[in-house]
Structures are given as C-alpha cells and as structure tokens.
Design a protein around this ligand. Structure first.
Ligand SMILES: NC(=O)c1ccc[n+]([C@@H]2O[C@H](COP(=O)([O-])OP(=O)(O)OC[C@H]3O[C@@H](n4cnc5c(N)ncnc54)[C@H](OP(=O)(O)O)[C@@H]3O)[C@@H](O)[C@H]2O)c1
Length: 314
C-alpha cells in the first residue's frame, strides 16, 4: 500500500470505493491536463513542462492518490499522458489503479479520427498497454461518442478482451441511462464517467448517477472544477461560474470563505457529497492545485450549504 506522507493532505480523507475488486481512494487524479498548458488539444497546444508533469504525478501518489484516469488520446505534440505516467510511476505501486478509455482516437498529428468500430478497440487497448508498460489494464471505459446510439457491440468487444486477460474491469463514459442498460446486459460495469458538476447537473447524468448508486457502480464525473465552461478553463479562475449562474458562484465563494478553502475545493467537495459511490478525478498540471484538490477530500459540507449549491442526491 502507498503510505500517506508525513505531512500534507491525504487522498484517503474522502474514504474509499471498490472498483470491481480494486480499492481506490475517492479523491483521484485526471491526467488529461498534464500534456499541455491550457485546455485545448491540437497542433496549437503548448506542451507542458515535462519535469513538472512528472513531479505532479509522483506527488499525487505520495499524497495517497491511487486512482488515475488517462487515455492514449491524451497527448500534445511533445507529451503523452500515458508515457508521463509510465515514466513517473513505473514500477507501479501495487494499489495504483489506472483507468483508461477507448472509443475516440487521434492520428499522430493530433487530428480526431472516425470513431472506432468494435473490432478496432483491441488496437486501442494494445496501444494503452504499450504506452503504460503493463500486461493488462485495470479498468477500461468505452467512451461513447454522440453518434453511437447503441453501445452493446462496443462493450461486448471489451468483454471479450477482459475474458482474454487484457482488461480487468469495464466502465463506460458519455452515456445516458439506456446505454448503461445496454452495457449491463452484456457485462458487469464498475464505473461510469460523465460530465457533471455544480453548474452542470444535466438530468440524464443525474439519472445515471442515481442508478449507479443503486447498483453499486462508481459514478466518476469529469469537469467537476471546469464545470459548464469545460474546455474554456476552470469556472473558478475566470471570475466564477457562467453569468447565468452568478448567484451560484457567489454561494460557492461564500462557502469557500467559511471553510478557508478555494472555490475549486468547494466544487470538489460538492462532487464527493453526491454519494459514497461518486469519485473525483480533478485534472491539473500544477503542484499547488494538486495539493488543494487532495485537501478538498477532507472538507465536509453541511446540509444547508449543500442546499445552497443545488439539490444533493446523496
Ligand atoms: N470520459 C471522458 O470523456 C472525459 C472527458 C474529459 C475529461 N476526462 C477526465 O476527467 C479529468 C478531469 O477533467 P478536466 O481535467 O478536464 O477538468 P477539471 O478537473 O474539472 O478542471 C481542470 C481545470 O481546472 C484547473 N484546476 C485544477 N485544480 C484547480 C484548483 N485547485 N484551483 C483552480 N483551478 C484548478 C486546471 O488548470 P491547472 O492545470 O492550471 O490546475 C484545469 O484548467 C480529466 O483530467 C480526464 O482525466 C474524461
């Protein structure tokens, strides 16, 4: 087991969840932001500082993070999230769970390619194995793209790879309740990744969140900090939430003041209060933000505070 550091926050403070048979701290880390400065992939992306990205990954594990989300298609011209993870963390701690995703893809120039057919998912899984330097992947999410209505065949292809020993557990991402039903008809599912945040409580994701709770499946929201602003950047450092949710931004700021915390930390704390099965995977390339994000796992919000931030389903 990775030991908590002598000082500093610990990702264990938010408690644990079990993905299949893999126990993780509920406060994890998303690797998408490690490969470039700013928020956009593509030819114009400014590559991140390599040594800082590696230091952030190592510090995350020191702070008790044992759930890292990644993808082979997280890369900029000079950096690959999977390669950074491999370089920073291999040989991997026994308790580290690396979750990757397949479905979307980018060519070597960074351009998005057509969505993968079910028979092409093995190639994407093998690419992740090579980049991460592993002989199997802990969890693989099938990341649905909007044009894919029925995910049964894609998830079925992953189930075959699981049965062949390349994958330990299967998750899905970018889904509505009907897709979860389709996947569960084919295989057990250990997690669902959807966009969800204080200022983006879309009903279909809220329904998936609830159903995951009922069925013992982890719900792993992304854009918890970036919020409805998404690729524009973090809602919290751009003067608050979008204009139509200004009062929400004020509520977040007020609660942050009460707790001596930052708005980003309150957004993460709110996320973790949505249910014991809800895991956080904040993404950052900043050592300071990493420490703040891990510390957010220890923040406990009161019922009135949660009510002022929008309906809690916990
Ligand atoms: N399944 C999917 O389709 C999918 C889609 C998107 C993302 N994801 C996963 O979800 C993870 C989380 O999403 P995300 O990284 O896009 O968004 P996020 O975690 O909501 O927000 C990241 C943004 O917030 C900033 N930030 C992080 N910590 C902060 C703090 N303490 N204070 C102020 N700003 C802070 C980051 O900039 P700095 O680097 O400057 O800190 C970055 O701009 C990703 O890393 C990825 O692994 C999955």
């Amino acid at each position: 087991m990775t030991q908590p550091p002598d000082s500093g926050p610990s990702a264990a403070a938010a408690g644990t969840w079990t993905l299949g048979d893999l126990v993780v701290n509920r406060l994890g880390f998303g690797a998408m932001r490690l490969t470039q400065v700013g928020n956009a992939f593509g030819a114009d992306a400014i590559p991140s500082d390599r040594s800082q990205a590696i230091a952030v990954l190592r510090r995350a594990v020191e702070l008790g993070v044992n759930h890292i989300d990644t993808a082979a298609f997280y890369f900029s011209a000079l950096r690959s999230a999977n390669e950074l993870i491999n370089t920073a963390l291999a040989p991997y701690p026994d308790d580290l769970v690396i979750v990757t995703k397949v479905g979307p893809g980018r060519d070597i120039y960074g351009e998005w390619v057509d969505r993968a057919r079910p028979d092409q998912l093995r190639g994407q899984v093998e690419e992740n194995l090579r980049q991460l330097g592993r002989d199997h992947l802990d969890v693989v999410n099938y990341r649905r793209q909007a044009s894919v209505g029925e995910i049964t065949d894609h998830v079925g292809a992953l189930a075959e790879l699981r049965d062949a020993g390349l994958i330990r557990h299967i998750g899905i991402s970018g889904v509505e309740p009907e897709h979860l039903s389709q996947a569960l008809a084919v295989t057990p599912v250990v997690c669902v990744q959807n966009a969800y945040s204080i200022d983006d409580q879309r009903p279909e994701s809220a329904a998936v969140l609830r159903r995951c709770g009922e069925q013992g499946i982890a719900f792993v929201p992304f854009f918890a900090i970036a919020g409805a602003g998404r690729h524009r950047g973090p809602a919290v450092s751009q003067g608050g939430a979008p204009p139509e949710r200004g009062s929400l931004a004020e509520a977040v700021a007020a609660i942050a003041g009460t707790h001596g915390a930052t708005p980003a930390q309150i957004r993460l704390a709110w996320t973790l209060h949505q249910g014991p099965h809800v895991l956080a995977i904040p993404g950052t390339g900043s050592p300071g933000h990493l420490a703040e994000n891990v510390a957010a796992g220890a923040i406990r919000l009161s019922a009135p505070e949660l009510a002022s931030l929008g309906q809690s389903v916990a």
